[in-house]
Design a protein around this ligand. Structure first.
Ligand code: ATP
Ligand code: MG
Length: 583
């Protein structure tokens, strides 16, 4: 499959806020092909009001691909004062799965959309769909099939050979009606009969070769209980539900393109009051990610990730737990655009949306992820000074916070190098560095353990260089972050990387072979004391390290657990450029 590898690093900056839904469409130029159709239909008076639906099957959690469909279906009616239904596709009788239903509702709301009183189920229409089936029988357009499933497959033909008519195809209307009513009454076993549309067994479009409309299944349904033992097939149920709800534009992904002739056949034969129009757009695929509920479930079942809400998962719930703002996801799908081309979108583009959305608002804090002890040999043993750290570098109105400073500190292991190259401006033996919001220190001595590893640095501080108030004009090239050892709080910090090693894991035969085994790194970090009281739903920037947020499931007041939302800079550009060249 040929993909358009999309790169939009330089697109317009984010204008949306976390609270409000942004009106995306300001002029004709920015309208995608679906919005153009919708506007023409309003202008020509074909419709007074746009009505759409988002129709998830509650068999898993929603993912980044669904974000695109949600933002499109709800977005067009926010923009045109129309209505959108959240319709659960429950044509398959299955075990009650309240977990998925609740998660879907929560996720759509969190993205910023509201279906108001328009929460429906395909099963709400079972009686009407049944009546439509009887109407097709009456018109001689549907018949009861009594071939076995295997025989039906044989009669169906292949993509290159036509199918042939079933011996049961010419049953009379009366016989068909009698058999169908008895199917409904429970007189037959599963698979004994099927109701089929009578269209064309020789059609080059397989979907038109007398597709099944109803099958027998003696199974209780999560919403209708034991009322039915026959259930409508998806294509029939979906078309009829669209018609009953007065959907004007039925927006779906490209794999339904070949189903459109069938969709239209149902509408032509049954002539419902409202005639919806199906329009297809391409699926959103994200580089290094899979977007299929079935495959995502396999990751959980195989223990690769902890659950549907694992912060590495491309599920809405996983991305929320990771700390992605909803506005950033809306902006991302807007930039990806609604088109008919298959596309694989760069991870860098998603992360840029997240950085842009967080960058201006979040406060700065200090944290050391891989601690190395520093002892300031000339600093009084019992002294503690309160340094003032700016909460936001470009915005003094955001105030400051106290950073206790003392004789023993933690710095980042990476900020020290024994044999440093010329351009290394952090700490090295005999070298100087500024501790952010504090003093300039010099490294006098390196302490190692028996294995030769550096375990501590003996340094001295320059009392005249205190940030903001120091009398010295002394300047150094590097500034690093730190926390006071006596005041630091311990935390587990989880650093995430992509789940797969290849750009399009959807194409792999077995996803296990392309897993990135280093997708989660857990470190025991030291945090500045102000982070002890950070609210759980607040994202901060750990200075020089990235954006971090308390984990909504595992973080507690006594044991803090933070997730890295995103790094400060784009770490994908190089990787994705290489991957693109290899495609
Ligand atoms: P999956 O393959 O993950 O199970 P699905 O298409 O079966 O996805 P549904 O719950 O049936 O999942 O999808 C609800 C709606 O979301 C459908 O209209 C579908 O077209 C749309 N959708 C699903 N995946 C994507 C995607 N990757 N990009 C855009 N829209 C999508
Ligand atoms: Mg589906």
């Amino acid at each position: 499959m040929a993909y358009l590898f999309q790169c939009l690093y330089n697109s317009a900056p984010l204008g949306s806020t976390a609270s409000g839904i942004r009106i995306i469409m300001s002029d004709t130029e920015t309208r995608d092909f679906i919005r153009q159709i919708i506007h023409e239909d309003l202008e020509s008076g074909k419709h007074d009001e746009i009505v759409t639906r988002f129709p998830p099957e509650p068999n898993g959690y929603l993912h980044i691909g669904h974000v695109m469909s949600i933002c499109l279906n709800f977005g067009v009616t926010v923009e045109t004062s129309g209505r959108t239904f959240l319709r659960f596709d429950d044509t398959n009788p299955a075990r009650e799965d309240e977990e998925f239903v609740n998660a879907i509702e929560r996720d759509v709301r969190w993205l910023g959309f509201d279906w108001q009183d328009r929460l429906t189920h395909a099963s709400d229409y079972f009686a009407q769909i049944y009546a439509a089936a009887e109407s097709l029988i009456e018109q001689g357009l549907a018949y009861v099939e009594s071939l076995s499933a295997e025989e039906m497959r044989e009669y169906r033909g292949t993509l290159t050979t036509p199918g042939k008519n079933s011996p049961y195809r010419d049953r009379s209307v009366e016989e068909n009606m009698d058999l169908f009513r008895r199917m409904r009454a429970g007189e037959f076993a599963d698979g004994e009969h099927v109701l089929r549309a009578k269209i064309d067994m020789e059609s080059p479009n397989m979907n038109l070769r007398d597709p099944a409309l109803y099958r027998i299944r003696h199974v209780s349904h999560q919403n209708t209980g034991d009322t039915w033992c026959i259930y409508p097939m998806y294509d029939f149920a979906h078309t009829m539900s669209d018609a009953f709800e007065g959907i004007t534009h039925s927006l779906c992904t490209l794999e339904f393109r070949d189903h459109r002739p069938l969709y239209n056949w149902f509408l032509e034969q049954l002539q419902p009051e409202h005639l919806p129009r199906q329009i297809e757009f391409s699926r959103l695929n994200l580089a290094f990610t899979i977007t299929s509920k079935r495959k995502l479930k396999a990751l959980i079942d195989d223990g690769v990730v902890s659950s549907w809400t694992d912060p590495r998962m491309p599920t809405i719930a996983g991305m929320r737990r990771r700390g992605y703002p909803p506005a950033a996801l809306r902006e991302f799908v807007k930039r990806a655009g609604v088109t008919r081309k298959d596309k694989l979108i760069e991870m860098g583009m998603l992360e840029n949306c997240i950085r842009e959305s967080l960058g201006d608002s979040v406060e700065r804090r200090m944290a050391v992820l891989r601690p190395l002890k520093v002892v300031l040999t000339n600093y009084p043993e019992d002294q503690v000074e309160q340094m003032q750290g700016m909460n936001h570098p470009n915005n003094p109105d955001r105030g400051t916070r106290s950073l206790p400073f003392s004789r023993e500190l933690w710095i980042e292991r990476d900020d020290f190098m024994e044999d440093a190259p010329r351009k290394f401006f952090r700490l090295q033996p005999g070298g100087d560095v500024r501790l952010r919001s504090a003093y300039i220190i010099s490294c006098d001595e390196v302490i190692k353990n028996d294995a030769g590893e550096v375990i501590e640095l003996r340094c001295s501080y320059d009392p005249d260089t205190r940030s903001g108030t120091g009398s010295s004009e002394r300047k150094v090239k590097g500034t690093i972050h730190w926390v006071s050892a006596a005041h630091a709080i311990d935390a587990e910090v989880r650093l995430y990387d992509r789940l797969f090693t290849v750009v399009n894991p959807n194409l792999a035969d077995d996803y296990r072979e392309v897993l990135n085994n280093a997708s989660l790194e857990t470190v025991q970090a030291k945090l500045e004391p102000a982070l002890a009281t950070l609210d759980q739903d607040t994202t901060v920037q750990f200075e020089r390290l990235g954006y971090f947020r308390p984990d909504s499931e595992d973080d507690t007041a006594n044991a803090r657990v933070f997730n890295r939302v995103v790094t400060l800079r784009d770490s994908w550009a190089k990787l994705e450029k290489q991957a693109m060249q290899g495609m």
